[in-house]
Design a protein around this ligand. Sequence first.
Ligand SMILES: Nc1nc2c(c(=O)[nH]1)N[C@H]1C(S)=C(S)[C@@H](COP(=O)(O)O)O[C@H]1N2
Ligand SMILES: [Mo]
Length: 449
Amino acid sequence: MKQILVVGAGSVGGFFGAYLAKDNPHVSFLLRTKTRAAVALNGLTIRSANGSFTVHPRVASDVQELPKPDLIVLGVKAYDLDEVMDQIAPVLSRETVILTLQNGIDTEDRLIARLKRDCVVGGVAYIYSKIVEPGVIDHYKKGAVAIGELMGHESERLLKIKEIFAAAGIPCQLSKDIRRSKWEKMCWNCVFNPVTVLINDSVAKALDHPEMLSVIRQIVGEVTAISATLKVPLPLDMPERVVKATQEIRDIHTSMYDDWKAGRPTEIAYLNGYIVEKGRELGIPTPVNDALTAMINAITEKDKTGRGVLKIEGAVVQPLSFDRQALRQLPDDHQIVDVTTIMPGMRGRAISVKGLLDVPALNIDADHVTFHSVDGTYAATLTLQQARDFGLLLYELDGEPFPDGKGGPFRLITPGLGDLCANVKGVGRIEVTKGPGRDTRQTTCPPSS
Ligand SMILES: Nc1nc2c(c(=O)[nH]1)N[C@H]1C(S)=C(S)[C@@H](COP(=O)(O)O)O[C@H]1N2
Ligand SMILES: [Mo]
């Protein structure tokens, strides 16, 4: 097992990979463009109270540019696994061994289902570290792994991997029941990952709130009910073990908390969401995990941005975003199926600005509305009254987004207002203000007929 390929340089792959690469020139990294560029330029740095260091391993974004690996260490998020399997496919041979270090329960099964051979060694990472920027990892707590054959035996390849980790100074325990080790970590993850997000704080805050203990019991109880049905029975005092294991790492956040704060997707679908999914399949109720999954999804859902999204902001209680679908769902009495009826010569489906502005709660003293073009070059301000009386926002033509060439994806028209300039093409943002907002209209603009 000479050539080692580490996939990903995040908090797990980056930390363990850097240790592996420290004294071993045969460790290379498969990385996304941004991280690859950073590591190629500045190396991969671990900053830790236990000592900081930088390594300069071989890196690439195309696996074919790296030595053919004998061992692949997967340190990527569960939600990136499918993409990574595609990426590594070209270099897999019959002998390539894949070590999985990610959270969740089904990585190994997903790999085996796809690769259809006995190539996977299971792993669990015990670590708390965090990406500071691409190529720089801050390490806070722990930094050990447990590895094991899925069948529990002590294979030659397992011992080789242990040696590789030991040589790199990483504590590596052999687990005779790696699936159980994964489920034990799953219990901890299913509690503290979502809870740190919900309370927006460290695990200590959760631990020190006495009512939390019963919540922890319920979460873990549901997880162990699933694991037992899947033939991985866990001890009855698992909730107490989870609490005890946490006392010595009280001050940390979790990877879900860090993912959330960094704007990355979370692994909720592979943690509590997985419990929910299995519960449905197996007929086991998982109400607490259902609630946690729903709340984490709601909290971490990304604000819609980009083309095709219209924002209403400014003097509103809460900014809102609409895409075409959301506009279509507004009440029928605000929809104009075809503006031709109001404005001959113009075609398309529109929503009345009155109906649109009924949705957000406007500040009490708001009295003007500015329609900004997406490129920021053009803006028209109307009084709230004018906007409500005359404004129509075109958003669809023949069942498709209103075309860019005609002023889409959103175009303000104001039939009857008597100002052709109040006809903003490519509206991206509607800003509610007290007093007139920014207006780029020329006073010389001719009145419309
Ligand atoms: N985004 C954007 N919208 C805009 C403008 C502009 O420069 N950019 N010009 C305005 C002016 S001054 C007029 S008169 C009308 C012209 O609309 P038309 O091109 O359909 O005749 O668009 C208005 N909407
Ligand atoms: Mo104009």
